[in-house]
Ligand binder design. Sequence first.
Ligand code: F6R
Length: 604
Amino acid sequence: MCGIVGYVGSRPADPFLIQGLNKLEYRGYDSAGICQLNHEFYVCKTKGRVSDLERALKHTPLKGCIGIAHTRWATHGIPSDENAHPHFDCHQNIAVVHNGIIENYRQLRSMLINEGHIFQSDTDTEVISHLVETYYQGDLLEAVCRAIQELKGSYALAILAKDQPNQLIAVKQDNPLIVGLGQGENYLASDIPAIIDHTAEMLILNDGEVVRLSKEKVELFDRSGEQITKKPVSIQWDPVQVQKGGFEDFMLKEIHEQPQAIQDTIAGRINERGELDLDREIPPHLFEGVSKVQFVACGTAYHAALYGKHLFETLMDIPVEAELASEYRYKRNLADDKTLLIAVSQSGETADTLGAMRLAKAKGARTLAITNVLGSTISREVDAVLYSHAGPEIAVASTKAYTTQLACLCLLIAHFCRLKTGENLAALLLALRGLPDKMSQTIKENAAALKAYGEKIRSASDTFFIGRGIDYASAMEGQLKLKEISYIHGEALAGGELKHGTLALIVEDVPVVALLTQPELADKMVNNLKEVKARGGYVLLLTTDQESDFSDVGDQVLRLPEIHPLLAPLLTVVPTQLLAYYTAKARGCDVDKPRNLAKSITVE
Ligand code: F6R
């Protein structure tokens, strides 16, 4: 998974391309490259980040009002200058940037080598430039359409030919690609934030679509080269949302945006009496005859799925599974036409989640997505979509996308419950309306203590997060956040499991973050914490209990506002996000771009 960007117009291309790469860097940051066309290709590629590319460009200024660029997350071939995109054909006539994986690249590469082509890199992408070279006889669109017939796998592509100074060809197959429509200039990028500063009018490409951009127009074709038409959409995102807005990092900004994001998620969906209106978004017939619910998701979204499972099991009499999407396709699967499959995915592009959803659909299941990205692949393929309206999430570590997913799950259970039983979960929905204020209060009252705690544990090598019931899912999310941005190992445990092995690792001063929000489990959780304290563990207790004295089991006790117990995970996660953030900062980590990771994983 990588980010690609393209420009054609009358101005120098590099300001847009570099700005776009900076916005797309969350998709990968192993190497970056840019190619502009002005009679010749002007190229600069480098291992490392977009900032390294910008430094290199100071010594290699580029020319041209048409260009393509790329930021890479390595899959085939190590991060290096040679493997950085764009990739070229034998005669440097064709330039290609690619996001995705060409599954049959080995066969294509040996076929092309046998035909005499000379390869410069270890990437799968380079076969595309040589294939286009093979077919190119002056019509770039035709050559690209012929080349893609031979590709198996996923690809979003942007392609230039040296003798076509006003033409950029792009293709979308299983990886996102957006065209921005400007005045006398047109743009291309892997996602909306890379374009939104320049235009709100966009074409969201579907799989199998090929587009020819010139500065005057944008023409759309199917994979065989037949022209097709499609209406542009007007994207309502505020460009300011895509900036850091005075915060040091996107992650911190996005943590602080959560109260507003939740408000946006519920706006127009719950009224002041706690009544829900989702009928237009999720047609009631989707639930008719449903006897089983399956959630599929990855990473943080999987933790949201665990929350969804808890809600459905608590409030409805229906079997529910929450499956890791990466496992779902490789085990016996009982999805059928009475199954409701719910895919949870911020990006709507995660390959495993998409694959799991497609399998369930093929088995007859009804499909629903909770996603943040309008027009994403998953959103286009499911029967119904509930958008989380978190706004653009730029930091790799998910924060506001997660809490808005949880809010969507509350909306969904209320909708389902009303249709199935006639019961309106007004208390839950009204409590959800009150959540944004409690989130703001949580941030305000606890940020300083969490910063201090983060500094204290900065040198820890292991941390443990414990909770029972729904707090266990929150513990899993808390440890993932800390692990992914601070690189401190974290493990999440259901409180009762400690004594079955992991207690052996609890020694003097080992940090233990404990979540305690469910009144019926409080006594049991306190017992688990006593076991921890007896071994010298250093406990940070996050609780919504306002009264009990926890001084014997918590070295630090942070009391969060009282809340409906089913909404507690939307509150307790906030301090764990801040803890992860401050710990990572104390260790000098790049919180927005953690090593080895990327925002949306469009490969299996
Ligand atoms: C962690 C994180 C990832 C994603 C996962 C799924 O902070 O963001 O674990 O949750 O890669 O991504 P989406 O939700 O886009 O399917």
